[in-house]
Design a protein. Structure first.
Length: 277
């Protein structure tokens, strides 16, 4: 017997899919997502970015979705409009790391995302300014001592060369065992709690949704999602995804995920339920 549509969950990587080159939702994907949810389908997004950046990308047009944000540190429920799960960094260890990085790289930009959606800028630079300008979110300029407790993510922004050197530098240092420093993109790396793992957040999201992991479909072109792909029942990627993801994926979309492939898959999934369409 086929699993009902309401018993399945589609988890879509927002960093590699559903966006055009400006970071906005494609109209074809937007239409397919709305139809999918109207027919009873469950959809969630995953991203390395904080919640405020994700909501800006979605532009508030789909408030019901759940989001795994900050590389697994946060689960945000759009229906409730709040964080339902969070894993905070160890602040003392994070302070030691930040102070050491600033001594070696004084021009690096630093933002701290706190529980409840607070965004604090400790040190600004061109990369921080451009990101804040594009997201159009409220933030406060604060010193480390002024930022309230409950740090979810420390974001370091700089040039590609600077971020590469920061990662090389921090690999040779020891700041404690309760945080980790991870690359985000060419101009960003982040400090997270060691227990902030996307695969752990995925399991918690499945419990919140009442869905078994084997009934979940992962849409991604990001090879960092390989641990998630091992837990999800099926992985779908683009025809031009990295080889590691292609080897794991059970299917490929004809269109790139960032070029309409998400809508293509969702509509095809609805066809498995003729009573829904």
């Amino acid at each position: 017997m086929n699993t009902g549509l309401q018993e399945r969950l589609v988890l879509c990587n927002l960093d590699t899919a559903v966006r055009d080159n400006k970071g906005d939702l494609l109209s074809c994907d937007r239409w397919a997502i709305k139809l999918f949810e109207k027919m009873g389908g469950q959809l969630a997004f995953i991203s390395g970015k904080p919640v405020h950046e994700i909501l800006h990308q979605l532009k508030g047009s789909m408030p019901a979705e759940s989001v795994i944000a900050c590389n697994g540190a946060v689960i945000y429920d759009g229906a409730q409009g709040e964080e339902v799960k969070s894993a905070c960094v160890h602040e003392q260890e994070a302070r030691v790391a930040i102070q050491d990085i600033l001594l070696r790289f004084p021009s690096v930009g630093i933002e701290i995302v706190a529980r409840g959606g607070g965004l604090y800028v400790v040190r600004s630079n061109l990369y921080v300014h451009e990101n804040l300008k594009s997201c159009k979110v409220r933030y406060l300029l604060k010193s480390l001592d002024e930022i309230p407790r409950g740090w979810l993510q420390v974001i370091l922004r700089g040039s590609e060369e600077q971020i590469r050197k920061i990662q090389e530098h921090t690999r040779r240092k020891y700041y404690g065992a309760r945080n980790c420093i991870c690359p985000q993109d060419a101009n960003t790396c982040v400090i997270l709690a060691q227990n902030a793992r996307p695969e752990r957040a995925f399991e918690e999201l499945c419990m919140l949704k009442g869905v078994l992991p084997r009934n979940c479909v992962l849409l991604t072109d990001d090879q960092r999602d390989l641990p998630l792909a091992q837990k999800a029942g099926q992985t779908i990627c683009s025809f031009d995804a990295p080889p590691e993801i292609q080897q794991t994926a059970g299917r490929h979309t004809l269109s790139a995920l960032y070029g309409g492939g998400v809508g293509e898959y969702l509509y095809g999934m609805l066809k498995e339920y003729p009573d829904k369409v």
